[in-house]
Write a protein that binds this ligand. Sequence first.
Ligand code: ADP
Ligand code: MG
Length: 349
Amino acid sequence: MTNKKKPHFLLVVGLMITAACLCFTGCNSKNIAEYQGTFHALDTIAGMTLYSDTLTEKELAEAASSAEDLCRELENVFSSRLSGSSLYLLNGDAKEGPVKVREDLFYVIKSALEYAHLTDGAFDPTLLDIIEEWGIGTADPHVPEASFTESHKALRNYSNVTLDDEEASVSFDTANFRLDLGAIAKGYICDRMKELLVSEYGIESGLINMGGNVLTIGDNMKKGRPWNVGIADPHDPSSSIISLNVTDKSLVTSGTYQRYFQEDGHIYHHILDPFTAYPADTGLLSVSILTGGSMDADALSTGVFVLGPEKGLKLIEELEDTECILITEDGEFLFSKGAKKYLSDQVTP
Ligand code: ADP
Ligand code: MG
């Protein structure tokens, strides 16, 4: 018996050593160039990490710089606050009649209306007047007068936006609202940056981090495994409470801790319930969505937050290749059916 087993045993050990050596030399024979950088855009500090075994560090830096330029260019299209942005101009003119807009703006508005429809209005891109009145994230946040919230919650409504596909034009059926794309545009911009990095520069490994929006390209080439992306601890957002293995997908989190103010001991955060014109109060502290596109994840993270755990999870289960992790005020974690398989035990990125 023992004599028979020995050759097998030696063969297996030999194969294992050979495989380990091959992997070791294989992994190290790659000369991996690296870019790591940050920049300020979209009211947040954005970070980019890029790896390549074919491009030089200089080429990676050029790619990152083009992606950063694209981000700034698109911020000037989608920001509802920058006077002169395409959205700002549209908000001024669309109540007079149809306004032709850029293709990218038309696409994001159309997608926003689709998400409004999908979430039964929990996600609503027509809240700018209400958002501005609350002023959350500005120097002067305050609880609006009851008369304001009462009248404005009835005025906003995504169904009052009319699109003409042929003309790529937008019009508002009433003059009582303006569009805000703050819950979807950041995701769209991340998608465009990824597309540029992949198709124009051939980048196969990277991570774009814009506040709560993370979008990955391929795997983490340097570590030879998926990217390890953390979900912030809502009580201590500078540290992660869970990490996920993410390959070529986006993880977007909407949370109460991202922008808020306190008055009379009450916390008022920036994700509003369109039906009350008040911060959504569904017992959640954060919603993280994992899916291929960052725009989809961005819109869904806001929509599911407003829908709350029950309706939100139900919606996510109906969508293909889309997972979510919710953190409740009671400290509970709620996972969609396929989310747990992405959990990572790695604590470092
Ligand atoms: P963040 O901007 O922190 O990444 P979100 O993606 O959840 O967070 O977007 C929140 C922003 O979207 C708000 O600051 C506001 O501009 C806008 N917003 C707030 N509530 C809603 C809502 N119910 N539907 C659509 N947009 C919203
Ligand atoms: Mg969002």
